[in-house]
Design a protein around this ligand. Structure first.
Ligand code: C2O
Ligand code: CU
Length: 475
């Protein structure tokens, strides 16, 4: 056996440092910048409460909630080596990115979950500009609830910021919902709350904006700002308003929309919206970001505080964001029709569903932690919900036969809303996550142009965990 002398070891290290360039501790052996998932702590509750132990992402130093903002230009690559310092296996999903399948992070479908102490190299192109996010996709209910989520911003291909009618500054607002005990620790016995799962999901008691309760954000009078809003909550659908700041919607789930004035904005879990707001020139210097907690009584969750010199007039119409130009147009002349029926939950339930190949009644399903089904199958991971041939247009009819809203997300694709009942969407919107109210139907279409196996699920993670999970194959 060859004994390694101290000299050979040192030589080896020197050679490695040379090949990897700078021997910075944040660079992994592969040379990819590290994205570490590890326990950390964060001051989520208002001042006077202790910090909350969380699980968080870090690119350097201690992990933060939300995780560090990752930014690339459209067409550039996102490159990170996930290093798992958590006590559980994990994986990172890059929500909304039309990504290559092997990089989707959808454990266990597209990769094995990464064990504690291990790593995984994520290296993929981000083709479309917009506001996205990344989050854990293993034991998501628990891991996202503990803080494993962060913003992913893909910058405009054609300059928009600073152009006439556009904003001069942008701010990312990550909205989250935490279920905290009186000592600000996360309630850890609620991941399996089947009662909550059979209703609207696990609701928190502390809403944060960029990881803080009721923060002050600055704005100058007359200043036009782009807000990139992301709902990273596990289950809370957020109805938001920005009275006095004349909000106009410019993008949904990363995709530009013709600028439109809005009274309020509904953001389901995982959805994003980009708004343009104008700082007001007179009146109360504090302008609240308001949330309807579900009873119509708006509460402030953050405040824009007006200070500084007034910015020159912004009388021009809001400049639309540059079009993507990268999304194929669905061919509706002969699409593949895929119905998707959502059933289950409290108050209506379902007579029966298949689970792991066995047909069971509602009580037996509930005993397995399953209270929801797509097309009569709960947690349908054994076989695909549908298969599409590469390049074919798929037209889905999503029907919610339950008493609760659902936020349906397709991996790897964005889709066009064709028709809908209810109020949450407009026909023509392009999204990756669509909200359906009770008894609503939404028709969507997309070109199945991204080969691979892709998850489709409710992004209310309590529902995902308790049956609303499936996948489809494009080949
Ligand atoms: Cu945000 Cu399955 O994803
Ligand atoms: Cu749901």
């Amino acid at each position: 056996m060859r004994r390694l002398s101290r000299r050979t070891v040192l030589k080896g290290i020197a050679a490695f440092a040379g090949s990897a360039g700078l021997a910075r501790p944040s660079l992994a052996e592969t040379g990819l910048p590290i994205l570490r998932a590890a326990p950390s702590s964060a001051q989520l509750a208002p001042a006077g409460y202790p910090a909350t132990p969380v699980w968080a992402y870090a690119t350097e130093g201690a992990g933060t909630v939300p995780g560090p903002e990752i930014r690339v230009s459209a067409g550039e690559r996102v490159r990170h080596r996930l290093h798992n310092d958590l006590p559980q296996p994990t994986a990172v999903h890059w929500h909304g990115i039309r990504i290559e399948n092997a990089m989707d992070g959808a454990a266990p479908l597209t990769q094995a979950p990464v064990s504690p102490g291990d790593g995984f190299d994520y290296d993929f192109e981000a083709p479309d500009p917009g506001t996205y996010w990344y989050h854990s996709h293993n034991r998501s209910m628990e891991q996202v609830a503990r803080g494993l989520a962060g913003p992913l911003i893909v910058e405009d291909r054609v300059p928009w910021l600073g152009e006439p009618g556009a904003a001069t500054r942008e701010v990312t607002l990550v909205l989250d919902d935490w279920l905290l005990n009186g000592d600000a620790t996360i309630m850890e016995d609620r991941w399996d709350d089947l009662h909550a799962a059979a209703h609207g999901g696990r609701m928190g008691n502390t809403v944060t904006v960029n990881g803080a309760a009721y923060p002050d954000l600055d704005i100058r009078p007359g200043e036009r700002v782009r807000l990139r809003m992301i709902n990273t909550a596990t289950d809370r659908i957020m109805r938001l308003a920005l009275p006095g700041l004349s909000p106009r919607l410019i993008a949904l789930d990363g995709h530009p929309v013709p600028p439109r004035a809005i009274e309020d904005l509904v953001l389901a879990p995982a959805q994003r919206a980009d708004l343009v707001v104008d700082g007001r020139k007179e009146g109360n210097p504090r302008a609240g970001l308001l949330l309807d907690p579900g009873n119509g009584e708006w509460v402030d969750i953050a405040a824009f505080v007006h200070a500084g010199d007034t910015v020159a007039e912004h009388d021009q119409d809001v400049r639309p964001l540059p079009a993507w130009g990268t999304l194929p147009t669905p061919d509706l002349s002969d699409p593949q029709h895929v119905p998707m029926l959502m059933e289950g939950g409290a108050m209506r339930g379902m007579r029966e569903a298949r689970y792991h190949g066995k047909t069971m009644g509602f009580r037996d399903l509930a005993a397995q932690g399953m209270v929801w089904a797509f097309n009569g199958v709960a947690h349908g991971m054994d076989a695909p919900l549908f298969r599409a041939s590469l390049g074919r247009t798929v037209r889905m009819e999503l029907t919610n036969k339950s008493m609760f809203p659902h936020a349906i997300h397709l991996h790897g694709h964005h889709f066009t809303v064709l028709a809908k009942s209810g109020s949450a969407n407009l026909a023509g919107d392009v999204r990756d996550t669509v909200l359906l109210g009770a008894d609503e139907t939404v028709e969507i279409a997309f070109v199945a142009d991204n080969p691979g196996v892709w998850m489709i699920h409710c992004h209310m993670l309590s529902h995902q965990k308790s049956g609303m999970m499936a996948w489809f194959e494009v080949a």
